[in-house]
Design a protein around this ligand. Structure first.
Ligand code: AMP
Length: 220
């Protein structure tokens, strides 16, 4: 099964994908995480993408597509994948169709999360993420703070603020989303695989609630 996560930064894509990974036994692959790891390890890919990420700009299509193509061909994804952060452009969406078709696969479900912009900005600027890649827990210093400052409740690793979670960078990331990524929602709607849901404290609906709904739909 192939699931993709759509939605602006800070809507809870990573949280939903993490829960689905656990409940459905399909691996979550986040292009943002792949790039952050490459930057940390100072690999040629990391050097290539660092500048874009720091400014909150999209990494060029050809770079992202190559990374995803290689990752999709690894044996641990044979049974399926939850793509978190890819595709983000029409070009990437079209290439993904082709990459999957080579293995007789297709996107089975595109989960689109919608959150009011002021809530996104609040969430991202107060977001703290676990540095342990196996855990990846997310906290919010005002809404959902860790019990001990800077320490992950789940695994005890250090929490950090992502370098691109600053007010200035968030503006660029939202602009990239509205201009380039949002139009691909229509692409999946036309393919009849779109599942859209609002995630907002205003309606008391969290990413966890969406994940639960999706699991119920898939297991039916
Ligand atoms: P994320 O962790 O999904 O918020 O991604 C963080 C950053 O990684 C983005 O702001 C982009 O700079 C880059 N990135 C991740 N996925 C993609 C993608 N599919 N296309 C272009 N850039 C991406």
């Amino acid at each position: 099964m192939v699931i993709i996560m759509l939605g602006a930064p800070g809507t809870g894509k990573g949280t939903v994908a993490g829960i689905l990974q656990e409940k459905l036994g399909i691996k979550q692959v986040s292009t943002g995480d792949i790039f952050r790891k490459a930057i940390k390890e100072k690999t040629p890919l990391g050097n290539e993408v660092a500048g874009y990420m720091e400014k909150g700009l999209l990494v060029p299509d050809e770079v992202v597509i190559k990374v995803v193509d290689e990752r999709l061909n690894q044996p641990d994804l044979e049974n399926g994948v939850i793509l978190d952060g890819f595709p983000r452009t029409k070009e990437q969406a079209i290439k993904l169709e082709k990459m999957l078709a080579k293995n007789n696969k297709k996107v089975d479900m595109a989960i689109n999360l919608i959150t009011p912009e002021e809530e996104i900005i609040e969430r991202i600027s107060n977001r703290r993420v676990c540095t342990n890649q196996e855990c990846k827990a997310v906290f919010n210093v005002t809404m959902n703070p860790p019990k001990q400052d800077g320490i992950c409740d789940k695994c005890g690793s250090a929490l950090i603020q992502r370098k691109d979670d600053t007010k200035e960078t968030i503006k660029n990331r939202l602009k990239a989303y509205y201009e380039t990524s949002e139009p691909i929602v229509e692409f999946y709607k036309e393919k009849n695989v779109l599942y859209s849901s609002e995630v907002s404290t205003k309606i008391n609906k969290l990413a966890e609630d969406v994940a639960k709904e999706v699991v119920e739909i898939i297991k039916k």
